[in-house]
Design a protein around this ligand. Structure first.
Ligand SMILES: Nc1nc2c(ncn2[C@@H]2O[C@H](COP(=O)(O)OP(=O)(O)OP(=O)(O)O)[C@@H](O)[C@H]2O)c(=O)[nH]1
Length: 602
């Protein structure tokens, strides 16, 4: 394949601006998939993705396109995920592309992730093709949006294509623009092989499948290759392209995008960002890789039944095969027994992992409230990273607790600016900047502790702005703060899984809300259960769950045996979802009580 006939591009957009719909149209128009096979949003593979309408994994699809001038091209569409938790994966797919179609909703205009994604593309030096989508909507304002793209994103939008992915308008123009504006790949077939692994997935039959973009040289079946970062050697067993199902080919040359299979057993061997080269004639240096990103949100996963621990471990291992950003390590909780501390890129990532474990691997688990990672400066001068509040060292050995910060950018209608600023301030935010996008819309930038963000910031922002605000965030390192650990005691015993770290000023309020919430959630039992919150040795809040007086069966004095059995069954069901902590049965929701803390009118 001649490189001048290849175009590698991505589509980037704010969530819901129509990226997937547009991708579907492109596949349709280029006859990449037959109409009858055309399933809506074909690129979103996982069942969960379809349900939630978000894209997580990238699938690079190859299309054939004959231009209006009658020239045949191969277009590789490298899909990008659309959620802030996954912006890292966006930059990965952009590194494999030479151009990006920037989709902006004609009614909504430029939003936070439009800008964030466009900046990523600009940073990579990609050609950007602005597309104003949804022009079929009565509320579409293409001219206003064009102005916003120029003003806010800072790119020329005079030639922006007006499109309706829904009605199939403007699709031809987009394809023509890709051919004429996205540069052909610059590599050479004659040079030593350099292929970038930009994603990898685990397949039960083939092992690891690496998605690659060949920058230089040619990769062939049977070839001996070396992965430059790990230094590991393999023999290529299969090479192919996605159309969109896997289709083997003989070779992939400079500029091409596809997959390689090489009997790789584990995803940990196939680092995303690594360079594949020829073992016999290796390239001098690897391609620029990616920054490895570290999980920032952690929580504990525990099996409901103790004996399900090996099953949970196996499920996590399998899940990790397909999600290399998932982190887990064994941990023991005095309250919950043996489990795992798991790390995620964000809350959505955590939710998805939890759901997949339950749905695909059929594991019943208790998830503890999420927390962020902390850096502890100890009095001995060492810095200790902790993933669990329960691991905080003795306070006498702690010089300083540092927490992760993020910089959030929100686009908000002017009417809601006051409330948004209030929300940020309540969450210990530090104002960074504010500017007008249009007379009606403002861009607000704040630095916030990540811990304040993960509780429910996004939901609160949506509710105070009636869904009109859009949000993006980036990590900004660590900062010391006056933080304390709040312990929760159940029946006089501290329950490690309930401990949390928060700002000293918020400790009383949060302790109070957690205790109140637990009191509601923990069913009455035959004895009184005191629930307390304490900072160090000092109890700051106390409430009691009153003892139960009546027997559940007392109601059934009529002796109706089926009714009695039903009640007992029900009780058994209820028990199943309970976790026994000492003498107290605690329902799963209780472990998330912390998440509700902030909704209590802070
Ligand atoms: N009216 C109208 N609706 C559209 C158009 N394009 C997409 N939509 C609708 O907009 C919604 C979001 O479209 P998607 O294609 O799922 O958006 P997306 O950007 O891929 O979303 P993520 O995958 O979450 O990033 C869907 O309900 C689409 O049917 C369009 O041209 N006109």
């Amino acid at each position: 394949m001649e490189t001048r006939r290849i175009r590698n591009f991505s589509i980037i957009a704010h969530v819901d601006h129509g990226k997937s719909t547009l991708a579907d149209r492109l596949l349709e128009v280029t006859h990449t998939v037959e109409d009858r096979k055309m399933r809506q949003q074909l690129l979103d593979n996982l069942e969960l993705e379809r349900e939630r309408g978000i894209t997580i994994k990238l699938v690079p699809v190859r299309m054939n396109y004959r231009s209006r001038e009658g020239v045949d091209y191969v277009l590789n569409l490298i899909d990008t995920p659309g959620h802030v938790d996954f912006s890292y994966e966006v930059s990965r797919s952009l590194a494999a592309s030479d151009g990006a179609v920037l989709v902006v909703d004609a009614a909504q205009g430029v939003e936070a992730q439009t800008v964030a994604n466009a900046y990523l593309a600009v940073d990579q030096g990609l050609a950007i093709i602005p597309v104003i989508n949804k022009i079929d909507l009565p509320s579409a304002q293409p001219d206003v949006v064009r102005g916003e793209i120029e003003e806010v994103v800072g790119i020329d939008a005079s030639e922006a294509i007006l499109a309706s992915a829904k009605e199939g308008k403007g699709i031809g123009e987009i394809l023509e623009a890709i051919v004429s504006l996205v540069p052909a790949p610059s590599g050479r077939r004659e040079s030593p092989l350099q292929a970038l692994i930009f994603d990898s997935v685990y397949d039960n039959y083939k092992g690891v499948i690496c998605y690659v973009r060949v920058f230089n040289g040619v990769v062939r079946t049977g070839q001996a290759v070396t992965f430059m970062a790990t230094g590991l050697n393999y023999q290529i067993e299969e090479i192919g392209v996605f159309r969109p199902q896997m289709e083997p080919v003989e070779e992939l040359g400079a500029g091409e995008v596809g997959y390689v299979v090489a009997n790789i057993k584990s995803l940990t061997e196939a680092h995303v960002g690594d360079t594949v080269t020829d073992s016999r004639a290796p390239a001098q240096s690897p391609l620029p890789g990616y920054r490895k990103i570290k999980p920032v949100v952690f929580c504990g996963f525990y099996p409901i039944e103790r004996e399900d621990y090996p099953q949970l471990r196996e499920a996590l291992e399998k899940l990790q095969l397909n999600d290399s950003s998932l982190f887990f390590e064994p941990e023991t909780s005095t309250a919950l027994g043996f489990g795992f501390r798991c790390g995620f890129l964000g809350l959505l990532h955590m939710d998805i992992a939890k759901e997949r474990l339950q749905r695909e691997f059929d594991v019943e688990l208790v998830a503890t409230a999420p927390n962020v990672v902390y850096h502890i400066l100890r009095t001995d001068g060492e810095i200790q990273e902790i993933h669990n509040p329960a691991d905080l060292p003795e306070i006498s050995r702690v010089e300083e607790i540092r927490e992760p910060l993020i910089r959030i950018t929100t686009f908000v209608p002017t009417d809601y600016v006051g409330k948004t600023m209030q929300l940020c301030q309540d969450r210990r935010g530090a104002f960074v900047s504010m500017d007008y996008i249009t007379p009606e819309r403002v861009r607000l930038v704040y630095d916030l502790p990540l811990a304040e963000f993960i509780i429910d910031f996004h939901d609160r922002l949506k509710s105070v702005t009636r869904g009109y605000a859009s949000l993006d965030y980036e990590q900004r390192g660590f900062q010391a703060a006056d933080l304390v650990k709040v312990d929760v005691l159940l029946n006089e015993e501290p329950v490690d899984a309930f401990s949390f770290i928060c700002h000293r000023d918020a400790s009383y309020h949060r302790g109070q809300t957690v205790v109140r919430k637990l009191k509601e959630l923990i069913p009455r039992q035959l004895f009184e259960i005191p629930i307390q919150a304490a900072v160090g040795k000092r109890v700051i809040v106390r409430q009691n769950v009153k003892p139960l007086r009546k027997d559940v069966l007392a109601k059934c004095y009529g002796g109706d045996i089926t009714r009695k059995r039903k009640l007992l069954e029900k009780q058994k069901e209820g028990k199943k979802r309970m976790k026994q902590i000492g003498r107290v049965s605690v329902p799963q929701e209780a472990f998330l009580a912390f998440l509700d803390v902030s909704s209590d009118g802070e």
